[in-house]
Design a binder for this molecule. Structure first.
Ligand code: HEC
Length: 184
């Protein structure tokens, strides 16, 4: 009898674990979709501004639109949605301790040869669901985050962000990550 109860208890706790696991997976799925929405809006704004007036003009899109898009999506979903990086341009995007750990892991995973594009990480942290999705450095990003930034772009960036750390990136580097906190 005792054995049966113990076996039952073990089975139940495995069932609970599986259920918790399923809950996290579903939250990650939703987070991925919201990241796509964020990326889609930002890319659209960035590309049309680049076409209309080149990178100096497009800086204002990242400067003004990125925080607005993040805020609108946060309000829409009731989550905390932002972008972060180990080397931030805007200090308001600085990572916390957990984000710093995950960003370092992303760099290590990339160094081992993993593809950056689908790279993500999620777990429950202190009663919240936390999700991060790596952002690869594409060709267009180099104009404002690369090693050879045109002087007028450099000057404008310096004016807006005197403490800018977000330059010197190479194609394919992990530029940063989308980061989401969902209350559980
Ligand atoms: C026209 C210039 C420009 C281009 C092109 C550009 N960025 Fe940025 N990026 C900025 C500016 C300006 C900020 C600061 C935004 C803010 O104040 O929140 C920024 C911020 C970021 C951040 C937030 C973290 C931080 O450093 O503060 C990430 C992540 C990022 N950019 C990724 C990219 C990626 C990926 C691309 C290419 C798809 C890209 N950027 C292209 C100008 C640019």
């Amino acid at each position: 009898m005792k054995k049966l109860i113990i076996t039952l208890a073990i089975c139940l706790s495995f069932a609970n674990l599986a259920q918790a696991d399923e809950n996290l997976k579903q939250r990650a799925q939703k987070s991925k979709a919201v990241v796509k929405e964020f990326m889609g809006q930002l890319k659209g704004e960035l590309e049309s501004a680049m076409k209309a007036g080149g990178p100096v003009n497009a800086i204002s899109v990242c400067n003004k639109m990125a925080p607005v898009i993040a805020k609108n999506l946060s309000d829409k979903y009731g989550w905390d949605i932002a972008r972060t990086s180990l080397k931030t341009r805007n200090a308001a995007n600085k990572p916390d301790a957990w984000e710093t750990k995950v960003l370092n892991e992303f760099d290590a995973r990339k160094a081992k040869g993993e593809d950056v594009k689908p790279m993500a990480h999620f777990e429950s942290v202190d009663g919240n669901f936390r999700f991060m999705k790596a952002i690869p450095t594409g060709e267009v990003c180099l104009k404002c985050h690369g090693e050879n930034i045109a002087p007028p772009v450099k000057a404008k960036l310096k004016e807006l962000y005197p403490d800018d750390m977000a330059t010197g990136y190479k194609l394919g580097d992990v530029r940063g990550a989308f980061t989401i906190i969902q209350p559980m």
